[in-house]
Write a protein that binds this ligand. Sequence first.
Ligand code: ZN
Length: 290
Amino acid sequence: MKDYLVKAYAFDGTVRIYAAKTTDLVEEARQIHDTWPAATAAFGKALTGTIIMGAMYKGDQNLTIRFDGSGPIGGIVTTTNANGEVRGYVGNPHTHASTNDDKLADAYAVGNDGFIHVTKDLNVRNIFTSSSEIRTGEIAQDLAYYFTMSEQIPSAVGLGVLINEMNEAKAAGGFILQVMPGAKSETLDEIERNINAMRPVSDLIKEDYTPEMIIGEITKGKHEFIETISLHYACDCSRERFSKGLIALGKKELQQLIDEKEPVETVCHFCNKKYTFSDDDLKKFLDLAK
Ligand code: ZN
């Protein structure tokens, strides 16, 4: 089963639910960034939460979330678009916790103090950032708190990453549920009962539960599926983009780089791809720079 996300309306359209399986993209992120288990748990949940949130917003909008916590991982940045592509990086991928419980591990790695910053980039001229406090370091709980505080949408968030004895991401996924105005209190009670009775998402994914089946656990069948999106870890970096970054340094800094007589190597934070610029490249940039 490849990674994908399912959108559903439930309880006569008063509840929106998004569920995703993200095992492959979390494992790919682990390999790119060489994250250790505690970092993989935190990063994997951040990537999963972010990609689900990206699917909640329409159009060609980018969403970036920064988890600036006080814990040893030293911050997580994740960014996604509405096409199911996500990428990210962490401050310290070699964060180790003495527990394999993914809930404890991510709370330890992120830390229980700091802020979540959510930036929505509609297009170049419309960038909105809203923030909320990190209260537990557990990504799912802190995102639910963000929705309630910053967007005034009552939400439930479940995220899970299971790591195997080889320290690989064995199962990852999650759901976000949002309550629309007009939902009945009986509906909320029923959802709460169903979610409390559910096993952890990572256990369900490990047992080959699909996103559709996870939604079924929450609604007991009172839903209709709207859309399916395939999910990927993808970076859109390019030589051209890094060239622009170098040109933006300005003439003085570029001249210094040329004087050093070494090729300049830039590395993409998101995918670790390296781009090397020769002396000739730098001289061209010098002409273009201000
Ligand atoms: Zn890249």
